[in-house]
Design a protein around this ligand. Structure first.
Ligand code: BGC
Length: 868
């Protein structure tokens, strides 16, 4: 018996720095070389130095809990470093002790912040941009430094340098929150960058979301120019302490970044690069003094992954187009992606080179930019005459193609795409014997990459890029399989809470830019309960529920405003009715039907939350509310023989998936749904609202065959249609481009929209068979229930659960079915073989039905009967 402990996490992070959670949650992975290995007890010991226990000793706790273990020791103060180990006693008698891990607290008390907010004296206007200020300050380090922390943030975006070296590797920090309410600060260990004597801290500011263009409207939504707040804490070896803060003595100058805007792009005059500006001794005698400014907001520590450069993709030349005026070089990266480009080139001094971006090319080979709408998404660089590296700093683009104009020669080998998104950890993979489905999985993952740049967005390219609630709730479950998104969605949940109106309503986008008003309407505002519930289920994270319980309850209560006789978005309601089943194919579903279905569902989710949080009275009240709404739904939309009227696919899907039908009517409803699919030549007609649940409903209703038929469908509308057209991401519309019509309306035609990628969770959960237990959260106990079909001969998925890697892979060769799966230590799974499999043998021993197994890797073999 060999047991080892690994992957010690604090608040989901490895050795985090600058934490402001006063009761952080701890977790560990256990690896064991024996099967059915379970933790029997644990002991966490925490101290202010390695090997000490002056903060907390949990004592031996008889428990199998190895995730979400709440710190319960002495109060944690700002800057404190906690060192921790865990000892685990296994049920089999073995004992393991972890290596030491640590976390460090950030600035917990508003009084810890003694720095002033500072800004340049230059502001643009609602339409005009201003150059990016470089801000610098020199300070002395006269003694040996034991530790140095930079706490820094901006309203806008920043990049910091210390003595000429870049601090950290975050891009576009501090990202996007509702700046009037909160802004996140980042913490960096800068000790290695300090030198004895004079040092210089330099910070370059950009407009970002704070004062650049947001969606299709003007600049300066939150403020007129970027602002900086920074505090450098120096702990000297002799025990003394010093803090260097932003204040009125800092100086600024503008340099090469003439303008920079997320939607519009960036313009750099490379002749104006301020060489050495963040080095000590740089002559700033002509620089101007900054202004200090009062800012009302709350500073919180960054907990979720920062946006980073994730990978680089080389270009190939697609076309060189010459006309009398200029030469355009068009490059293809072979992947629709989000980020920026880096181009090395040489040209005459003073020449301006232009970068334009596109997701697709027009039939004549030119850049298809019409779908960017008002997002200019164009970068300009004025050259020095020597070799230049052209790369914007404070913008991002969504593109597959790059057009470089202004030079006769640009070599593809000098052109690189730089992919950027929040640096979440990848969690899952899926593959199978059908290459088109593997490409679909690829497209789902790239749709998520492109739309997880700090905020879960609808699309990354046009003048929108917003945290659309509907899109987020549609995709969240699939996101949980593909990536570790617990903290990403915890941050989004805070964005949602920050966006709540006085009446309790939740708008269609968060952070809230007031696109249509206070209420996002059915299936959009419901993200407020669906997303956290999904995170709670997938990670066992109770805190995302408890932290937002009261706001969520207020939101469910607010649904009374848009409801009459429990029918939500009722005909005649004067407020915002909602977006309906957005982008369905000739199959509208009444908005009140959608509204009422989601009302029942969301009230039920709240009741479940109340139950797990121990709010008994609420659980009963909202459970009853949900029942009442379900009754109103049945009365209004269900005929006595189980038909939904009007009966779109989405109407059936919602009635079935949200359990709004009496048991005896489910079959008739499933038959009606299948008939509609059949009448459409085995095509779906669902929009954003119905699509995520469609295959689940068919599977639950005994029509796995139809679910696979839809999955394998290649003609429009279907998941694979865009794949057959060479898509590398999920499209916004089923028919973004078709042979007969060409491009859809450029007014709304994104080629990188994750919503329809929500089929991904069905691929993991049903095709490969990895699914949560209905009663247990976080995969402590889960289900393995592979359902082969659709002509696939192989499928497998793996997934980093909170306890370790879950894997499930099956093959069918002739009449042999072989299924191998892995259950992580300290978890168990209920394993159910597909009904087509008979004569089951688990690791060579006959079994006859579902079986409950502890950890280990297993092999199940069976005789396979292909269904007629
Ligand atoms: C966005 C969607 C969003 C919708 C609301 C669109 O412009 O791109 O994905 O959910 O508006 O209907």
């Amino acid at each position: 018996m060999n047991t080892t402990l690994s992957n010690l996490r604090c608040e989901y992070l490895t050795d985090p720095m600058g934490l402001d959670v006063r009761q952080p949650r701890l977790s560990w992975w256990i690896e064991s070389d024996v099967r059915d290995a379970r933790q029997a007890a644990f002991q966490v010991q925490i101290g202010t130095a390695p090997g000490t226990v002056d903060l907390w000793d949990s004592g031996r706790v008889e428990s199998d809990q190895s995730t979400q273990v709440e710190y319960a020791g002495a109060a944690l103060r700002s800057g404190l470093i906690a060192h921790w180990t865990v000892r685990v006693w296994m049920a089999d008698g073995s004992v393991a002790v972890s290596d030491s891990a640590k976390w460090e607290m950030g600035l917990l008390d508003p009084a810890d912040w003694t720095a002033d907010w500072i800004q340049s004296t230059i502001a643009g206007g609602p339409r005009t941009t201003a150059p990016s200020p470089h801000i610098r300050h020199e300070f002395q380090v006269g003694k040996d430094v034991a530790s140095a922390r930079l706490y820094i943030t901006a309203l806008g975006v920043y990049e910091a340098e210390l003595n000429g070296a870049r601090v950290g590797d975050a891009e576009l920090a501090p990202g996007w929150t509702d700046f009037a309410k909160r802004v996140r600060y980042q913490t960096y260990d800068v000790q290695p960058l300090l030198t004895p004597g004079t040092n210089c801290l330099g910070v370059l500011l950009g407009d970002g979301w704070y004062c650049g263009h947001l969606e299709w409207r003007d600049r300066q939504r939150y403020g007129d120019r970027p602002k900086l707040l920074a505090q450098l804490h120096l702990q000297y070896a002799d025990g003394s302490h010093e803090v260097v803060t932003t204040n009125e003595s800092w100086k600024f100058e503008t340099g090469h970044i003439q303008e920079s805007d997320i939607m519009m792009g960036e313009a750099q005059d490379l002749r104006r690069v301020l060489q050495g500006w963040s080095q000590p001794g740089y002559d700033d005698s002509k620089w101007r003094s900054v202004e200090t400014v009062e800012v009302q907001t709350t500073l919180v520590a960054q907990r979720e992954p920062l946006v980073k450069v994730i990978e680089e993709i080389p270009a190939r030349i697609a076309e060189v187009r010459k006309n009398w005026a200029r030469t355009d070089h068009i490059f293809d990266f072979g992947q629709n992606l989000v980020g920026r480009v880096r181009v090395r080139l040489t040209g005459a001094a003073g020449t301006t080179v232009r970068f334009r971006f596109a997701e697709r090319l027009n039939p004549d080979g030119t850049m298809y930019t019409a779908n960017y709408r008002a997002a200019r998404s164009t970068d300009y660089f004025t050259l020095t005459g020597g070799e230049d590296v052209l790369e914007p700093k404070f913008t991002f683009h969504g593109f597959q193609y790059l057009e470089v104009s202004g030079l006769e020669s640009v070599l593809a080998e000098n052109v690189t795409a730089v992919v950027m998104h929040s640096a979440w950890e990848p969690a899952g993979n899926f593959d199978c014997s059908e290459p088109l489905l593997n490409q679909l999985q690829h497209n789902i993952q790239w749709g998520w990459k492109g739309n997880s740049l700090d905020v879960p967005t609808d699309c990354p390219q046009r003048d929108e890029r917003l945290g659309w609630t509907g899109d987020a709730q549609v995709f969240v479950r699939t996101a949980c399989f593909n990536a570790d998104v617990a903290t990403f969605f915890a941050k989004y949940q805070q964005d949602l809470t920050d966006s709540q109106s006085d009446l309790g309503q939740i708008p269609p986008v968060a952070p809230n830019t007031q696109v249509v008003g206070a209420d996002g309407g059915p299936a959009w505002s419901d993200a407020f309960v669906i997303c956290p519930w999904t995170i709670y289920r997938a990670y066992g994270d109770l805190r995302i529920l408890s932290d937002h319980y009261e706001p969520m309850k207020r939101w469910v209560d607010s649904l009374q405003i848009s409801s009459k006789d429990l029918i939500r978005s009722y005909e005649g309601y004067a407020g915002f009715l909602g977006f309906g089943d957005w982008l369905n194919t000739n199959a509208e579903t009444p908005i009140d039907l959608i509204g009422t279905a989601f009302y029942a569902y969301s009230a039920r989710l709240l009741a479940k939350m109340a139950t797990v949080l121990g709010h008994k009275a609420d659980a009963a009240e909202y459970g009853e509310l949900s029942e009442k709404v379900a009754t109103a739904f049945r009365r209004r939309y269900i005929t006595p023989n189980g038909l939904v009227t009007p009966g779109s696919q989405t109407a059936y899907v919602l009635a079935l998936h949200f359990d709004l039908l009496p048991e005896e009517q489910r079959e008739a409803a499933t038959v009606a749904l299948v008939n509609d699919i059949g009448r459409r030549g085995w095509h779906l007609s669902t929009g954003f609202v119905g699509t995520p649940y469609l295959n689940h409903v068919l599977t639950a209703g005994g029509r796995l065959d139809v679910a696979y038929r839809l999955l394998n469908q290649t003609s429009w509308p279907s998941w694979l249609y865009s794949v057959t057209q060479g898509a590398t991401t999920i499209w916004e519309r089923w028919d973004g481009w078709t042979h007969d019509k060409g491009f859809q309306d450029p007014g709304m035609n994104s080629f990188n929209h994750y919503a329809y990628g929500a089929i991904g969770d069905w691929m993991y959960a049903v095709v490969a068979g990895i699914e949560l237990d209905p009663e247990v959260t976080g995969y402590k106990r889960f289900r393995l229930e592979a359902r082969p079909g659709g002509g696939l001969t192989q499928a497998s998925a793996s997934f980093r659960s909170p306890y370790g890697l879950i894997a499930s892979g099956w093959t069918i060769v002739g009449d042999r079915f072989v299924w191998e799966f892995t259950i992580p230590t300290n978890t168990s799974a209920t394993v159910t073989a597909p009904p087509e499999a008979t004569k089951l043998a688990l690791d060579g021993k006959a079994i006859d039905g579902p079986t409950h197994l502890g950890s280990g890797t297993y092999r199940l073999e069976a005789t396979w009967a292909t269904p007629a």
